[in-house]
Design a protein around this ligand. Structure first.
Ligand code: PEP
Ligand code: MN
Length: 333
């Protein structure tokens, strides 16, 4: 971290600041020029409050030269992380198709969809049991019963499963769940992230509706700093001024995240677009951009889905998409 001091700072003011910084276990390197003085802060600057430092009367600007996320940082871990669940690998060249309904609704629905997506080559089954809905009057998910039905589908098909947790008090229900999802709305629920960091389950963290990629990486740092290195990142679109799509899919996030981090990056074109006709092109674009996996909503009867029918592919549409995604994968290898 670099702090540029204002012109006219007295030696005693500067020494006062240096003493304060040294008390934070930082080494301070001083470069004194004719006009300006630059302090180079060396050590663990992740605990330095940049805003506080910038607000000091003698400080002109503060700039970070290293990222505040450490465990997720590729600089300290150059090799791609590969997450393995039930024989399925994601990351480091391994690509996974995650598919299933927005919500688990009935036994017939989840088992039917699970069998269909498996036959089309999906590797992991998704299905929400705890649903973070904008309206308290909308279907909130089958909760514990939904988890049980999802596990039945896992048993029937052998597919590993991913589902969202909203409250840490429900963690005991997730013992046989393969990947725990933290949804966009909980990306900055730091208590939840910390608790999930104490488990050793793979955690898929979705980018918040209005969060930067650095904020996403700082969120997964909460999980990793507690000792759980099994983390997947998920880009699912962000809120912009564009109303034509539910969110705006930030595809450059795939490359940026790969550059900054060693963690696998999954793209969810369903929540990103909100429209069934936009899901296949964005899924293929994400694959071409180098995503390590896709998360696609599939429903046996989208018109009657209890949640997100408008963005859900039918099993037949998913089958077509899976074939096209496989061709894109071949083309970019
Ligand atoms: C979901 O995947 O079911 C979901 C609610 O997605 P998001 O958190 O990205 O909105
Ligand atoms: Mn959904």
């Amino acid at each position: 971290m670099i702090a540029v001091l204002k012109h006219g700072t007295t030696p005693s003011q500067m020494n006062h600041l240096i003493d304060w910084l040294k008390r934070m276990n930082l080494e301070v390197h001083v470069s004194q020029g004719q006009e300006i003085t630059i302090l180079g802060l060396i050590g663990d600057t992740s605990r330095v409050d940049m805003e506080l430092l910038s607000s000091l009367e003698i400080v002109e600007t503060v700039k970070r030269v290293s990222e505040p996320f450490k465990q997720a940082n590729r600089k300290f871990h150059p090799k791609d992380t590969v997450i393995e669940v039930g024989g399925v690998k994601i990351g480091g060249g391994h690509f996974a198709m995650i598919a299933g309904p927005c919500s688990v609704e009935t036994e017939e629905q989840i088992i039917g969809v699970a069998k269909a997506v498996k036959a089309s080559g999906a590797h992991i089954l998704r299905g929400g049991a705890f649903k973070p809905r904008t309206s308290p009057y909308a279907f909130q998910g089958l909760k514990g019963e939904g988890i049980e039905l999802l596990l039945k589908a896992k048993k029937e098909t052998g597919l590993p499963v991913v589902t969202e947790i909203m409250n840490i008090n429900d963690l005991h229900l997730f013992n046989d769940i393969d990947i725990i999802q933290v949804g966009a709305r909980n990306m900055q629920n730091f208590d939840l992230l910390r608790e999930l960091g104490k488990t050793r389950k793979p955690i898929l963290v979705k980018r918040g509706l209005a969060n930067t990629l650095q904020e996403l990486l700082m969120s997964v740092e909460y999980v990793m700093s507690k000792g759980n290195e099994n983390v997947l990142l998920c880009e699912r679109g962000i809120r912009t001024f564009e109303p034509a799509t539910r969110n705006t899919l930030d595809l450059s996030a795939v490359s940026v995240l790969h550059e900054l981090s060693h963690l696998p990056v999954v793209v969810d074109p369903s929540h990103a677009t909100g429209k069934v006709n936009l899901v296949p092109p964005m899924a293929m674009a994400a694959t071409a951009a180098g995503a390590d996996g896709l998360m696609i909503e599939v429903h046996n009867d989208p018109a009657h889905a209890l949640c997100d029918g408008a963005q859900s592919l039918t099993p037949q549409q998913f089958d077509d998409l899976a074939k096209r995604v496989a061709k894109v994968r071949e083309a970019i290898l």
